[in-house]
Write a protein that binds this ligand. Structure first.
Ligand SMILES: NC(=O)c1ccc[n+]([C@@H]2O[C@H](COP(=O)([O-])OP(=O)(O)OC[C@H]3O[C@@H](n4cnc5c(N)ncnc54)[C@H](O)[C@@H]3O)[C@@H](O)[C@H]2O)c1
Length: 337
């Protein structure tokens, strides 16, 4: 029997711990794992692209655990009643290969993406005020808002989406979470004076949500929606204006991130930034060119496993482990009395 965390179980774990506390715990797990960067066997994800989206496998391992996530990205899915991003993942013991955890990861992906964004924002900026501008009010958005609040204290939340129903959904979801909420009617109004701008839009195109002239000095951009070949959110010239561009794993980010638009631009990996902190200046424009890396899922799976590993309730008979390991057949031999 392996541990199993489905949607209902994750919901009850989050209810007990609190969403912001969970995010803060996850930031610690992320910092520990990114600090141990060189101990991981890393590879860019294996992606199967189609005209409607992408399906990916994201594996990673260290001496103790092997983890992987199955995840998709289909921007038109919401018109079919399905989320843009859906995922599940597993953790296995490297010593034996025995899977120890199977987990839902659609919600967990939103949590880990938000926790990584907030961890990175903390590394790259000292907010000049409490304002977070969030563009794109879809499935990821509330998680991003809560993470920036938990880690950086950004409680003045300004939001914009081309879909007013998505904006209203966010306002309703976050009304009792300690934010001052403002719905904006344009990107320009939304980003005015903000310390951090998050772009979390979904369109399989080279979008220009933010352009060079829109972003002022002293701003950190948290770009999470440009995460596939030919799927970007920022104007190419804005990238030239950035003082520092942080990425998760350069070989993957060069293909999938904003810097696919100019592969000559220098980037700094998060693991390096954790060891060599950025010397922040008020004139900086910093960018987290987030695409999502397997290590973030590994950290999230590790946290979930630590939370449930001593609880006998969350079990699933996914793996056949016969009493006599050489006698697999007797597990299914219906004629045996
Ligand atoms: N970097 C990562 O690790 C990571 C992880 C998860 C998701 N993502 C990406 O983040 C993005 C958001 O994901 P989601 O699950 O919230 O998607 P979603 O489809 O639920 O929401 C996207 C929202 O963006 C809005 N939008 C689209 N174009 C816009 C524009 N020009 N201006 C303003 N709003 C616009 C849509 O109306 C929608 O409400 C996707 O592109 C997804 O692939 C990245």
């Amino acid at each position: 029997m392996i541990h199993y965390v489905g949607v209902a179980t994750l919901k009850s774990l989050l209810h007990n711990i609190g969403i912001e506390n969970f995010i803060l715990k996850l930031v610690q797990y992320l910092e520990d794992d990114f600090a141990a960067w060189h101990s991981f066997e890393k590879s860019a994800r294996v992606a199967a692209h189609s005209s409607s989206g992408v399906i990916e496998l994201m594996p990673i391992s260290n001496a103790e655990f092997y983890g992987f996530k199955y995840v998709n990205g289909h921007p038109a899915n919401t018109q079919k009643g399905l989320p843009t991003v859906m995922a599940f993942g597993a953790l296995a013991a490297v010593e034996t290969g025995l899977p120890v955890l199977l987990s839902e990861m659609t919600i967990l992906t939103a949590l880990r993406t938000a926790a990584t964004s907030a961890m990175t924002a903390k590394l790259l900026t000292i907010p000049k005020n409490k304002t977070h501008a969030l563009i794109g009010c879809g499935a990821q958005s509330e998680f991003q808002a809560l993470a920036m609040k938990a880690v950086l204290g950004l409680t003045d939340l300004r939001v914009f989406d081309i879909d007013n129903a998505a904006t209203q959904k966010l306002l309703s979801n976050l009304q009792n979470h300690g934010f001052t909420l403002t719905a904006c009617t344009s990107v320009e109004q939304c980003i005015e004076g903000a310390s951090v701008i998050t772009t979390a839009t979904a369109a399989k195109t080279r979008a220009k949500i933010l352009t060079k002239d829109m972003v002022k000095a002293g701003t950190h951009i948290n770009g999470i929606g440009g995460d596939c070949p030919d799927k970007t959110e920022l104007e190419k010239e804005l990238l030239d204006k950035c003082t520092l561009i942080a990425v998760e794993f350069e070989p993957q980010s060069r293909i999938e991130g904003e810097t696919q638009q100019n592969t000559n631009l220098p980037v700094v990996e998060l693991a390096h930034l954790l060891k060599h902190p950025h010397n922040h200046k008020d004139t900086d424009i910093t960018l987290f060119d987030s695409v999502g890396f397997a290590l973030e899922d590994f950290s999230a799976l590790r946290l979930i496993y630590d939370l449930v590993k001593n609880d006998q309730n969350y079990k699933l008979d996914l793996i056949a482990t016969p009493q006599n390991p050489k006698d697999l057949f007797s597990m299914i031999n219906l004629l045996v009395s």
